[in-house]
Design a protein around this ligand. Structure first.
Ligand SMILES: C[S@@+](CC[C@H](N)C(=O)[O-])C[C@H]1O[C@@H](n2cnc3c(N)ncnc32)[C@H](O)[C@@H]1O
Length: 290
């Protein structure tokens, strides 16, 4: 377990994932049902952005201007949560802190983080002793999601955001997502995945989509991929290599309005993070099934 999300915090993959998370939670919190929010891979919660050339400069660092907010009105709630307009952020919040900020008193957060140092970091950031909605576990998140117990009338919303360090990660994802979607119809599931060439990644999102379709689970996925190369991981530890072309999200049971807003924003989001000087440009592709 060498993965350090700090290397990647605020990069284009985080921007896509966290922008979608904010859109979905804002829709779900308009409904009356309490939300049971679960993260299988919670991470450290808050990341310092002290490296002037960190991956964040390719992501959130490109969205700080008033112009970006004007062009991306549906993403302003996300931008307001993660960075002050015009200022280079000193820290970037991870998904548990974003959810903690948006969820209501009646909602619950169940967070799994297997790495002791990341769990300790998350504990400091999210302060579960002061927030009775939060439960934090140093356990495997896939097992946590499969066995979670959701109060009657509550809506399960799960974010599955694995590190993709191990070559069998996709097998665990496929089993967990399929089992949860079948066992809990109506739940909202969001999976983040890297778009990479070659084994063990290539073809696996499509295989998962087909497995869900065969199980009569409907959903939609989106990929934000770069043309011209980029998103170079600065992590020395990445074990499962392959050229990172971008990132994807797979949604089951996501509110239509959140997905529609994301679809409307993504072409402009891609343009806002693109730079001619380093050859970055983004393509957006959607696939629906069921
Ligand atoms: C991509 S990071 C999570 C980032 C976080 N979701 C965010 O957006 O801010 C993945 C995290 O999963 C943790 N992890 C790896 N395997 C795990 C497992 N089986 N169960 C729970 N956590 C795990 C890693 O230690 C790492 O902190």
């Amino acid at each position: 377990m060498n993965y350090e999300h700090g290397f990647h915090a605020g990069n284009p993959g985080d921007v896509l994932k966290h922008a979608a998370l904010v859109l979905i939670l804002r829709e779900l919190t308009r409904r009356q049902d309490p939300i049971h929010y679960l993260e299988t891979h919670a991470g450290g919660g808050l990341y310092g952005l002290e490296k002037a050339d960190g991956e964040w400069t390719q992501g959130i660092g490109r969205l700080l201007s008033k112009n970006a907010r004007r062009k991306l009105p549906d993403l302003v709630p996300y931008l307001d949560l993660v960075a002050e307009e015009g200022k280079a952020p000193a820290v970037y919040p991870g998904s548990p802190l974003i959810a903690q900020a948006l969820l209501r008193d009646t909602d619950r957060l169940e967070l799994y983080e297997l790495k002791p140092s990341a769990k300790a970091q998350l504990e400091t950031a999210i302060e579960p002793k002061k927030d009775r909605r939060v439960r934090l576990f140093e356990r495997d998140g896939y097992a946590g999601l499969i066995s979670t117990s959701v109060a009657e009338g509550a809506h399960l919303m799960a974010l599955i955001d694995p590190p993709f360090e191990a070559s069998e990660e996709w097998d665990d994802i496929e089993a967990c997502v399929k089992r949860t979607a079948v066992k809990r119809p109506g739940a909202t599931l969001v999976l983040w995945y890297p778009v990479k060439e070659g084994a063990p990644h290539e073809g696996r999102p499509e295989r998962l989509r087909r497995a869900l379709e065969a199980a009569r689970v409907r959903g939609v996925s989106v990929e934000l991929s770069s043309r011209g190369g980029m998103i170079l991981s600065k992590s020395k530890h990445a074990k499962v290599r392959g050229v990172l072309l971008g990132s994807g999200l797979l949604f089951v049971g996501a509110p239509h309005r959140a997905v529609a807003k994301l679809a409307a924003a993504l072409p402009e989001l891609g343009r806002s993070m693109a730079r001619a000087e380093d050859g970055t440009a983004f393509d957006v592709s959607w696939k629906g099934w069921g």
